[in-house]
Design a protein around this ligand. Sequence first.
Ligand SMILES: Cc1cc2nc3c(=O)[nH]c(=O)nc-3n(C[C@H](O)[C@H](O)[C@H](O)COP(=O)(O)OP(=O)(O)OC[C@H]3O[C@@H](n4cnc5c(N)ncnc54)[C@H](O)[C@@H]3O)c2cc1C
Length: 469
Amino acid sequence: MKTDYLIVGTGAVGMAFADTLLDESDAHITMVDRHATPGGHWNDAYSFVALHQPSAYYGVNSTELGSHRKDESGPNSGMYELAGGPEINTYFDKVMQHRFIPSGRVSYFPTSNYAGDGRIVSLLSGAQTEVTVRRKTVDATWFSPSVPSTHTPQFAIADGVRVIAPNGLPQLWLQHEGRTVPQKFCILGAGKTAMDAAVWLLRNGAEPQSIQWVVPRDSWLVNRLQTQPGLEFFNHSIGGESNKLAAFAEAKSVEEVFLKLESLGQMLRIDPSHNPTMFHYATISTGEVDLLRTIQRVIRKGRVQAIAPDAMVLDQGTVAMEPGTLYVDCTASAISHRKSEPVFGEGRIHIQLLRAPLVTLSAAMTAYVEVHGGDDEHKNQLCQPVPFPKNLLGYVSATQASLMNQFLWSKDNALRQWLRHTRLDGFGKMVAELSKDDTERQAILAQLRTRTTAAMSNMPKLLSAASQV
Ligand SMILES: Cc1cc2nc3c(=O)[nH]c(=O)nc-3n(C[C@H](O)[C@H](O)[C@H](O)COP(=O)(O)OP(=O)(O)OC[C@H]3O[C@@H](n4cnc5c(N)ncnc54)[C@H](O)[C@@H]3O)c2cc1C
């Protein structure tokens, strides 16, 4: 068969890219994925998973996710809704079944492996389809995370030790058997998945003292209040961006950036007595932080190496454990740190991050630039890959690269217009909708622009100060 674009991966990234390509071109698209339904890793997620960010600006450009309502209860109360895993999966499936396939321009190969050189192999029959690609093969797997249910734990587990992925927590009732003794839990890992598992346990009735938590490293967390799309949150979101840039402009070190933002309530940490060394844009509410702070039995001895029935061996020592403890494995790295490469090349596109941390905006933007951006050299100028942070310093590099892209996009009239209207850029739309007569908010916007220049000039100093330590 022949196609214009062969997209490998129907996760959020492949779907957002295809959606914008459909709107902006007449191209025929072929999509292939090992999963049986679109949505990528969300298919394998624990049932209580939810977006970190509001649904309002996640997914594909053409189709709203959620109904733009605010939560009225729970730790996200008062803020815009966060789609859960099942809702996200249904959303992507509907986009495929109700929009892509009926367009007559998308051929979809689920449950199939892309084996390179235009070869698609069915995982069920082994049948092979050869595809001739007229324009480009699109790698939509660059950002693919590792998730608990499909990764292999990197520690030894003795016979009889109970280790489950968070996916198993809602199934615990199956093992109830009239049990009246409280369960004992140990959460392994300190990323957002571990926080989700701990919050789920606490909100479902586990006592804080029944939970132990292995925290190899502490993390700075974005206060979700700063990520809200509605105008009523303007001071938190756009004002928050402005404060962030002021911190980047004034700080002498990257640690100081985070401390300044913490003092403004924009960055959070669970234990204020420990200095975080990790930042992955994990986003959380203060309500969740309050819940997590009730867990006092925190083990800080590095990563787990082995678990025996009565002890756990970690990088920095052994801890006695109560037999029968249920270990919840949250050690999969949700972040892939693949080396970046030019987004556009001869016969191929590698979708990468263009504005941190907005993955689906980056994918849709890549499709827009592919259609309207001229030759590959110009397209690559417009779409410089943004490195995803591995540590605190990565926040400086990611912000710097995102601002550079943003600056170039603002010089391109068509791109600027597209950005003003895309639903995937929550803040861009908010700014576009701001009345010229709203002098108070216009002043915050003007301050943001001034601070951007100051931040950009201080960022190289922050990076070089860190490299000299
Ligand atoms: C718990 C959690 C919460 C998150 N919350 C947010 C959030 O709020 N906002 C946000 O922007 N991001 C969030 N993320 C980041 C998230 O990773 C991205 O939003 C996005 O889902 C990544 O999608 P993807 O398409 O890059 O990867 P995936 O979802 O992994 O999709 C890649 C697909 O490629 C397929 N594939 C790979 N190789 C082949 C091959 N050779 N042949 C066929 N198919 C192949 C895989 O089967 C997979 O389906 C979250 C991540 C996690 C884990």
